[in-house]
Design a protein around this ligand. Structure first.
Ligand code: ADP
Ligand code: MG
Length: 227
């Protein structure tokens, strides 16, 4: 599903540059669950941004589902992102002027799908928010907003689900429920999951754990029981 080859990324500073990722290599098979761990500032979000094709790497290549992102033009890249990738962010990123239903229907509407509202309704039901369709994000708790965001990320059945510290803004108990939901839905859909977290317990629920350390990815034994 994912192949990163000799990936490097740096940001220009006023004087010099900041090397965030240096010669990163990673292969992720279809349906795998992979945790990316590392301290704050280690480049986890940068890696997800490159994986999602939101920015090009300084060097190296990203292949998703057999396609090299640097060979796609803007339109093809946008199509691929829209059709194949779902993203969940730490701070939910819901559209404040849309209801829960509107937020979840949005990716379907953008994709020109039919039955958008019925599918969005079914997905909201799936994340435990039946009856809250008409509520706006500000009328929902953090945990509920993250449920909406998960519904939105999965409603178009993407092959790849990226999650960037999805429990970072939630209390422990709510976070656990959100993680349970994320794993459950991901297992049901068979999508590939790349989960950024600095919570080691959450990371160990993935089949693989890779650690970002000084710009490099180091594979660890996740300690997860074989499926
Ligand atoms: P993490 O998600 O692991 O906390 P990030 O990928 O967000 O780390 O950031 C890695 C490093 O790159 C940090 O030092 C951060 O300040 C820096 N950084 C991230 N984005 C930019 C940017 N657009 N311009 C300059 N520096 C950046
Ligand atoms: Mg981050």
């Amino acid at each position: 599903m994912i192949e990163l080859k000799n990936l490097s990324m740096s940001y220009a500073l006023e004087h010099g540059r900041l090397d965030v990722l240096t010669d990163v290599n990673l292969e992720v098979a279809d349906g795998d669950t992979v945790a990316i761990v590392g301290p704050s500032g280690s480049g986890k979000t940068t890696l997800l941004v490159l994986l999602a094709g939101l920015e090009p790497p300084a060097e190296g290549s990203v292949q998703l589902d057999g396609r090299a992102l640097d060979e796609l033009d803007e339109d093809a890249l946008a199509d691929l992102r829209r059709d194949q990738i779902g993203i969940v962010f730490q701070s939910f990123h819901l559209v404040p002027s849309l209801t829960a239903l509107g937020n979840v229907a949005l990716p379907l509407e953008i994709a020109g799908a039919t039955d958008t509202r019925a599918r969005a309704r079914a997905m909201l039901d799936r994340v435990g928010l039946a009856g809250r369709e008409d509520h706006y994000p500000r009328q929902l708790s953090g945990g509920e907003q993250q449920r909406v965001a998960i519904a939105r990320a999965l409603v178009h059945a993407p092959k790849l689900l990226l999650a960037d510290e999805p429990t970072g803004n939630l209390d422990l108990r709510t976070g656990e429920k959100i993680i349970d939901l994320l794993f459950e839905l991901n297992a049901d859909s068979g999508s590939t999951l790349v989960l950024v977290t600095h919570d080691e317990a959450i990371a160990r629920r993935c089949q693989r754990v890779v650690r970002l350390h000084h710009g490099q990815l180091i594979e660890e034994d996740s300690g997860a029981l074989p499926a």
